[in-house]
Design a protein around this ligand. Structure first.
Ligand code: HEM
Length: 557
């Protein structure tokens, strides 16, 4: 070894006196005081509507600042300069602070939701306004005035987590009620119906709407090809391509549970119910053009800003109920989620107010896990084939997306004690000594009250894979179109033609126009003109559709 390099090595490994470290400590301190005036020029509260944390603490002295530590609790001595071999030498692997900081950063993301990745959340309160004990024993509806805390997440469906919020989509409206009998999640959308009616089609539909696996771009050629084989989507398509697909704000959207649920009272009597949130701010939407020019974060900024300024948004919760006998009289299948129960009256049962922005987006909004399977006594699943699939899918994806102990996180944890023998898995933080992790046990008894078992019901059926009966795919789509004001009709045609117009397959275009024509002749004519499809071809497609009904639906519409 040459003399000069030996001298350098000795310098590097010599223990540095504390006095020499003093300058470095000052550099670390200076970081906080220098940064403060810059941040102060634009208060955070003015940016996103959240209570500022930077401005209020700008003058804090270093003596008041807590000492930083590594995750093992040991104090950190340098958070701006890595441990290096001299001025120009390499960085050392023994810098455990650097390695830990980078390693933690490398793992900051969890997989984004496979759908509904772009969203925003808020906390609030639900207050029952009616005594529903005649139809359900769900404790949150036990008496008027009863309050239940909620966490709500709004979202778009198809576009990724960083996408602009103005993109056309159904919009998620998911509410987690922390009731005193466990969490009830009403995981709905702003629109009252859905595209498809059987969970087995959901992955195909989403694949068609997501970017192409080749070009990584969303492509109307792909999703309209899917919808040309899915006439039941017509009702949802006229809703999504209306201005309801581009809300002016999350506060000005209604919400819908979409599916029928079964309500059960204390005597075991059942009725079926659909839930709807009515915005007290009124429903307000943007035109497609205005939405495409909206700032990328406009929905989140609006919600956070309004809550921060004390202008708390609120909604009425409404319910429609029908007995099994009443459902049997409908002209369509009552458990088909492509249909609304248009003629059943609504009754107000509660009010929800959102009054708090979560203190951390990731911890609350990103890690929130809403699941239609999170039901409480008195609210059970109906036979809706989509709902039945959703009962499985959400908790399943969340055990993958967040982990087996997803339900232990503060946003997901019920506000009542959880008593069971589930254990271990990634990130298990269960406290306390548990030796008896099996059931039954006479040394550490746990009770199971049979009155909480699912309500028995009779099934007398042939096990088969067949489409539902009474499909009626176009009737409600036409009724929706005819209910629109002239300007909204024109926007719907323009929005639909914008996407359908780029489809290169004449077959797909003709079939799509034939569905809209069967919903409403005026809509079909206007759309055919807008996308250059001859009405003669459309009429032939309708005749073919009619002729194929026997094969597909046993002759039923
Ligand atoms: C069988 C059909 C469906 C399947 C398999 C399905 C599946 C999923 C999955 C896997 C997620 C991501 C959940 C997560 O990562 O936490 C999700 C989110 C969501 N879905 Fe569905 N979905 C279906 C139909 C529907 C319908 C009909 C609605 C509306 C009524 C809906 C509303 C939502 C909402 C609002 C979210 C976002 C929840 C949140 O904010 O975290 N989905 N869905």
């Amino acid at each position: 070894m040459k003399q000069s390099s030996k001298a350098m090595l000795l310098t590097a490994i010599a223990i540095t006196p504390l006095s020499a470290l003093h300058g470095q400590t000052q550099v670390e301190d200076r970081m906080t005081t220098v940064a403060a005036p810059i941040a102060a020029s634009k208060p955070m509260s003015a940016q996103a509507g959240v209570a500022g944390t930077v401005d209020s603490k700008a003058g804090q002295t270093s003596a008041a600042s807590p000492q930083m530590t590594r995750d093992n609790g040991a104090p950190i001595g340098s958070n701006r300069n890595s441990l290096t071999a001299g001025d120009t030498g390499p960085v050392l692997l023994e810098d455990t602070t650097l390695i830990e900081k980078l390693a933690r950063f490398d793992r900051e993301r969890v997989p984004e939701r496979v759908v509904h990745a772009r969203g925003t959340g808020a906390l609030g309160i639900f207050r029952a306004t009616a005594d529903l004990s005649d139809i359900t024993r769900a404790s949150l509806f036990a008496q008027p005035g009863k309050e239940t805390p909620v966490f709500v997440r709004f979202s778009t469906v198809i576009h990724p987590s960083g996408s602009p919020e103005g993109m056309r989509d159904p919009h998620g409206f998911a509410v987690k009620f922390y009731t005193d009998q466990g969490n009830w999640d009403l995981v709905g959308n702003n629109l009252p119906i859905f595209f498809i009616r059987d969970a087995i089609q959901f992955p195909d539909m989403i694949h068609s709407l997501k970017p192409s696996p080749v070009t990584n771009k969303q492509d109307p050629n792909r999703f309209f090809e899917f919808f040309s084989g899915t006439p039941e989507a017509t009702n949802m398509l006229v809703h999504v391509y209306s201005n309801l697909g581009t809300p002016a704000s999350y506060r000005t959207m209604d919400g819908n549970g979409v599916h029928a649920f079964k309500l059960v009272n204390k005597d075991g009597k059942t009725v079926f119910a659909k839930f709807r949130w009515i915005s007290k701010q009124g429903v307000k939407s943007l035109t497609g053009d205005a939405a495409s020019k909206a700032p990328p974060n406009y929905l989140t900024d609006d919600l956070y800003g309004e809550i921060a300024s004390g202008n708390f948004p609120s909604w009425d919760l409404m319910v429609q109920t029908m007995t099994a006998e009443e459902l049997g009289k409908l002209t369509f299948n009552p458990f088909d989620d492509t249909k609304e129960w248009l003629d059943a009256p609504f009754r107000k049962i509660g009010e929800m107010t959102l009054n708090q922005v979560p203190e951390n987006f990731f911890r609350w909004t990103e890690q929130s896990a809403f699941a239609p399977a999170n039901l409480v006594p008195g609210i059970e699943a109906s036979p809706d084939r989509m709902l039945q699939g959703r009962l499985f899918s959400y908790s399943d994806t969340q055990r993958y997306r967040i982990g087996a102990n997803v339900m232990d996180l503060p946003v997901n944890r019920p506000r009542v004690p959880v008593v069971n023998n589930y254990q271990d898995g990634q990130l298990d933080a269960a406290m306390g000594k548990v030796d008896v992790n099996y059931f039954p046990s006479v040394t550490a008894r746990k009770a199971v009250d049979p009155s909480f078992a699912p309500t028995p019901y009779k099934v007398d059926a042939i096990v088969q894979t067949a489409p539902i009966s009474r499909t009626e795919p176009f009737d409600q789509a036409g009724r929706f179109y005819r209910s629109l004001k002239p300007a909204d009709k024109a926007d719907l045609v323009k929005n639909l033609a914008g996407d359908l117009g780029v489809v290169t397959s004449a077959r797909t275009k003709v079939i799509m126009v034939s569905y809209f024509t069967q919903a409403d002749k005026d809509l079909g004519n206007r759309l055919a003109k807008a996308v250059n499809v001859p009405m003669g071809d459309v009429n032939r497609a309708i005749a073919e559709y009619d002729a194929s009904l026997d094969a597909r639906y046993g002759g039923e519409r």
